[in-house]
Write a protein that binds this ligand. Structure first.
Ligand code: SF4
Length: 398
């Protein structure tokens, strides 16, 4: 059973910024390159880790990471030897508990059993698969280059190879999608024996993408609001029926199989962000400093990142996080969790009048004694508005 992290834990995110091609809805920090610099990029990551050690020291963060997350991009394209050296490098510098979660994002189109086995051998113990749907029509509408058969092949392969902790990503809410179609995706994902975790992401249209262009030209790419609400209810129902606990707005897991790394973000834990465009967040550990910290953000392109690391992170401006920004962020991420989050007494009191109004409106549930705040089902559906209403009640500074 994996443990749920706290704000004192540390995680490490490693960004691999290369993909075979760009999906038309994606605005992540990804690039196509003729040749992937496997070894060079690995060396840069380790060099950056060395350069980030003083930051951890400055904030008194000396614990070993509870999670490493290789995200992207398509880190499944990276040579497993590079993953080996990074995991080893982290272990040598910071230690790595035996039960640390090591996740790798992997695209079904790259499935080869020998490759999956190599990743397992070098320390990856959790896969996050970019399946997106189990229907060919939906996959083709999303511009993906794999089909439903490849998704099944991939799931069977990861099971055969011996992975015991596997997430599948599903995208929902594209115009034309029906409740039956979505229900089929959920049933297929939940009933495969390899799957322990399901992420359900509502399709969002990002401005600088081909989908964004199409939307600008007047095309409707998302389902209407009524269907969206029905789909959300269907997701909750299907996941629960299959014994997956929807523990976060977009994430559900079999008991004990939550994502430690993502939970660390929602609990406002420390994380180092290594790699092109990666972001990190380290906060204080002493009682006076706990609600303050710094954010790091690396240059986005692989070339600018290489220059930055080779120059010893020269010119970096750390973004200072004060108590107000910390509180705003805690509200934003904490309300994503079904269990909600705990507000320290002074902050609970500060927000109490607004929260009580929102309890009356059926959007929040609060327990003053525990300092606990969480959304109702109705509140979860309009989460952004709920967050903004709480933010609005915060004074400029306190
Ligand atoms: S594979 Fe993933 S990261 Fe790469 S372009 Fe497609 S959606 Fe974006």
């Amino acid at each position: 059973m994996k443990r749920w992290p706290t704000s004192k834990d540390l995680g490490i995110y490693v960004h691999f910024p290369f993909c075979r091609r760009r999906c038309p809805y994606c605005d992540f920090n990804v690039y196509r390159r003729e040749t992937i610099p496997h070894a060079e990029y690995c060396k840069l990551i380790l060099k950056e880790l060395d350069l980030r050690m003083p930051l951890l020291k400055r904030y008194g963060v000396d614990q070993s990471p509870v999670s490493i997350y290789f995200g992207g991009g398509s880190p499944g394209l990276w040579d497993p030897v590079a993953i080996f050296f990074i995991v080893l490098g982290i272990k040598r510098r910071l230690g790595l508990p035996k039960d640390a979660e090591v996740t790798l994002e992997f695209n079904p189109e790259d499935t080869r059993k020998d490759l999956l086995f190599s990743f397992l051998l070098v320390g990856v113990n959790r896969l996050s698969l970019g399946t997106q749907s189990f229907r060919d029509k939906a996959l083709s509408a999303l511009g993906r280059h794999h089909d439903a058969k490849m998704n099944r092949f991939c799931l069977d392969a990861v099971l055969d190879v011996g992975y015991t902790d596997v997430n599948v990503d599903l995208i929902w809410g594209m115009a034309g999608e029906t409740l039956d179609g979505l229900s089929y995706d959920l049933r297929t994902a939940c009933s495969h024996p390899a799957v322990t975790h399901v992420s359900t992401y509502e399709l969002s249209i990002e401005e600088n993408t081909p989908f964004g262009q199409r939307a600008k030209q007047g095309e409707t790419l998302q389902v209407d609001e009524e269907t969206r609400i029905q789909m959300d209810a269907l997701i909750q129902k299907e996941l629960t029926k299959h014994r997956f606990n929807p523990y976060e707005v977009s994430n559900a897991a079999k008991p004990g199989y939550h994502s430690v790394h993502n939970a660390l973000y929602w609990e406002m834990g420390h994380y180092l962000g290594l790699g092109a465009g990666a972001c990190g967040f380290i906060h204080g550990t002493s009682p006076e400093e706990i609600y303050c910290g710094v954010r790091t953000e690396n240059p986005k392109t692989p070339e600018a990142y290489a220059q930055f690391v080779n120059d010893g992170l020269k010119g970096e401006t750390l973004q200072e996080i004060d108590a107000l920004s910390y509180l705003k962020e805690s509200i934003m991420v904490g309300l994503r969790l079904k269990k909600g989050f705990t507000l320290p007494k002074p902050w609970f009191n500060l927000l109490k009048p607004r929260m009580m109004q929102m309890v009356q409106d059926g959007l929040l549930v609060c327990d003053e004694e525990l300092g606990l705040v969480k959304t109702t089902d109705q509140g979860r559906l309009i989460l952004n508005q709920v967050i903004l209403r709480l933010w609005d009640a915060l004074p400029e500074a306190f």
